[in-house]
Design a protein around this ligand. Structure first.
Ligand code: FES
Length: 87
């Protein structure tokens, strides 16, 4: 059974144990939106140091996509979307 989270309102499939960043990259989603410390809002370091991969989570605090395991039903989006309808 395939699991999914949503990214800006669109379903993204992931494998068990995969991080949010890995699933997004595998789906061809490279631009994560508003960057914090890195240009472009992208997965850069992959180890939680650069904050370039921070994404919005509906009804929760933003998370580092490179460190956070994907979970079925998560509603995620780029940071400007915090509180917006499409997360
Ligand atoms: S890619 Fe640098 S913190 Fe996630």
């Amino acid at each position: 059974m395939t699991s999914y989270f949503s990214w800006n309102g669109n379903p993204v499939a992931f494998q068990p144990g995969e991080t949010i960043a890995a699933a997004l990259l595998r789906a061809g989603i490279i631009d994560l939106g508003q960057p914090l410390n890195t240009p472009g809002g992208r997965v850069f370091c992959g180890i939680g140091a650069c904050q370039g991969c921070v994404v919005a989570v509906a009804d929760a605090a933003p998370v580092e996509a490179c460190l956070t395991p994907a979970r079925d039903g998560l509603r995620l989006g780029s940071l400007p979307a915090v509180g917006a309808d499409h997360v």
